[in-house]
Design a protein around this ligand. Structure first.
Ligand SMILES: C[S@@+](CC[C@H](N)C(=O)[O-])C[C@H]1O[C@@H](n2cnc3c(N)ncnc32)[C@H](O)[C@@H]1O
Length: 253
């Protein structure tokens, strides 16, 4: 299935006119998931800052950041995503703080402005012409600004084998479209050719939990054990972190 169709279908299911972002924020702040938490810790106090979210999906992160006081521009190349984000903005009365546009990441220069923070969750690995994109990204970040992206990671050979040869076959589901490819060192190298500082972080170890999602699809108790195993490995084996399916890329000029 094409990337656009896949995401249009996914966002169509989101009931944007029923989601109270403040409730979501309370739930998240009580029990934050590690990737989003590290992303937000890296950007720090966002009040009054100009933020661009690339690949805003259902708009939840953009509206959340607006409620924290940021002036947010949200873009996505799926019209359904943008329509849902607009509905979410309206329902949460965040109109004055967030604007959503249908725009491809390869056209961010068309916004005609620069940002303190450019943020994205699971979007960079969808972008094909990455060296051109990296140059555009550099242009739209302010001098003391920052790019922060939560991404997947292609450095674990076992996960990549499972993704390439098992997902979508033998009754194993495939989540994701046909045009994406997990984020890896070659794209980080491209970013390093453009930005002075490129940091990578691994907010959690995702391995057994992912295997469970795809292959075992086990009942709660086994899943909890596998989740615990990932947590234990993360705590005790820092050298394994780079094999996690989750990473954060931070960019500074
Ligand atoms: C994996 S989803 C992530 C959505 C959201 N950030 C989240 O974490 O829930 C990827 C999103 O990026 C959008 N996208 C993919 N390629 C894009 C591009 N080249 N320009 C803008 N948006 C893109 C898709 O339409 C989709 O909404």
């Amino acid at each position: 299935m094409s990337q656009k169709k896949f995401w249009d279908n996914k966002w169509n299911e989101f009931e944007a006119d029923k989601v109270c972002v403040a409730d979501f924020a309370t739930a998240f702040e009580k029990k934050p998931w590690p990737g989003r938490k590290m992303l937000l810790d890296l950007i720090g106090d966002i009040k009054g800052k100009d933020v661009l979210e690339i690949g805003c999906g259902n708009g939840l992160l953009s509206v959340y950041l607006a409620q924290k006081g940021a002036n947010v521009t949200a873009i996505d190349n799926s019209i359904v995503s943008v329509t849902k984000t607009e509905e979410l903005i309206k329902y949460n009365k965040a109109d004055s703080m967030v604007k959503a546009y249908k725009l491809d990441a390869m056209e961010i220069d068309k916004l005609g402005r620069v940002f303190d923070v450019v943020i994205g969750e699971h979007v960079l690995h969808h972008i094909g012409l990455f060296s051109i994109f990296a140059k555009l990204l550099f242009k739209i970040i302010k001098k003391n600004g920052q790019g922060v992206f939560l991404e997947n990671n292609n450095r674990n050979p076992m996960l990549m084998f499972a993704r390439n040869f098992l997902a979508g076959k033998y009754g194993i589901p495939k989540y994701g479209d046909d045009e994406e490819f997990p984020f890896g060192l070659e794209k980080i190298k491209t970013l390093k050719q453009n930005f002075n500082i490129v940091n990578t972080y691994y907010p959690e170890f995702i391995f057994f939990t992912l295997a469970d999602t795809y292959i075992f699809r086990s009942p709660g108790i086994i899943r909890n054990v596998l989740f615990g195993l990932d947590k234990w490995l993360y705590r005790n084996f820092p050298s394994f972190h780079k094999y996690s399916y989750s990473q954060i890329v931070e960019l500074k000029k």
